[in-house]
Design a protein around this ligand. Structure first.
Ligand SMILES: Cc1cc2nc3c(=O)[nH]c(=O)nc-3n(C[C@H](O)[C@H](O)[C@H](O)COP(=O)(O)O)c2cc1C
Length: 197
């Protein structure tokens, strides 16, 4: 049940549900993120939640990827978490902004050096003739930064923050009589309501 959610805002219960899922399953931080072109053609893919606070949900990616192009043209996204072991889903929707340079730098430099180099090797979402080309580019980038203490963050690699306007908590219940609790933003506050399953 969503009866454990007594808060008047969604962030605290989200953290509680996420913590519970993380104790039970791998990749509890995985969420699908849907974007759409300016004329409304949707696309969805998985990403990892790497930051969360009252400003929103942060994931990192290549700004020149397909999702990056779509977010540049239409800066709105929807995300969905599914935690199988708890039979729960959380959906979020909102406007998207690119995180501050310092925030992106901090996360980028927390990653394994190989992952930092990999960001230089990959033109995410662009056509790739063969896997050897990617491996050659990775080797070239590795050689380029060899001997340097830090690998600089590519300008087109950063984070996106989804500032939630709607957060829905969904709990599976018997007979498809599932429990849905929705928070919608109302200025600085939030409204709560329930939906039929
Ligand atoms: C579990 C999982 C987590 C992923 N996490 C990320 C991520 O955090 N950032 C990212 O750019 N791609 C991530 N990917 C790859 C994306 O799903 C996608 O293939 C890639 O971002 C290109 O998407 P696009 O062409 O729509 O931009 C992940 C894939 C999986 C399966």
């Amino acid at each position: 049940m969503t009866d454990d959610i007594t808060e008047l805002e969604p962030l605290t219960p989200f953290r509680r549900w996420w913590d519970a899922a993380a104790g039970l399953e791998d990749l509890a931080e995985a969420m699908s993120v849907a974007t759409a072109t300016a004329d409304g053609v949707p696309a969805v893919r998985m990403v990892l939640l790497r930051g969360l606070d009252e400003r929103g949900f942060v994931f990192y990616s290549n700004l020149d990827s397909r999702k990056g192009d779509e977010l540049a043209a239409n800066p709105r996204a929807a995300g969905c978490f599914h935690w199988k072991s708890l039979a729960r889903q959380v959906r979020i929707e909102g406007n998207v902004t690119v995180v501050a340079e310092a925030e992106a730098d901090a996360y980028y430099h927390s990653r394994a050096r190989e992952s930092q180099v990999g960001a230089w090797a990959s033109d995410q979402s662009q056509p790739l003739p063969d896997q050897e080309t990617l491996m050659r580019r990775f080797a070239e980038a590795t050689a380029r930064f060899d001997g340097q203490d830090t690998v600089p963050r590519p300008e087109n690699w950063s984070g996106y923050r989804i500032a939630p306007e709607r957060v829905e908590f969904w709990q599976e219940l018997p007979h498809r009589l599932h429990d849905r609790l929705v928070f919608t933003r109302d200025g600085a506050a939030w409204r709560r309501h329930r939906l039929y399953p």
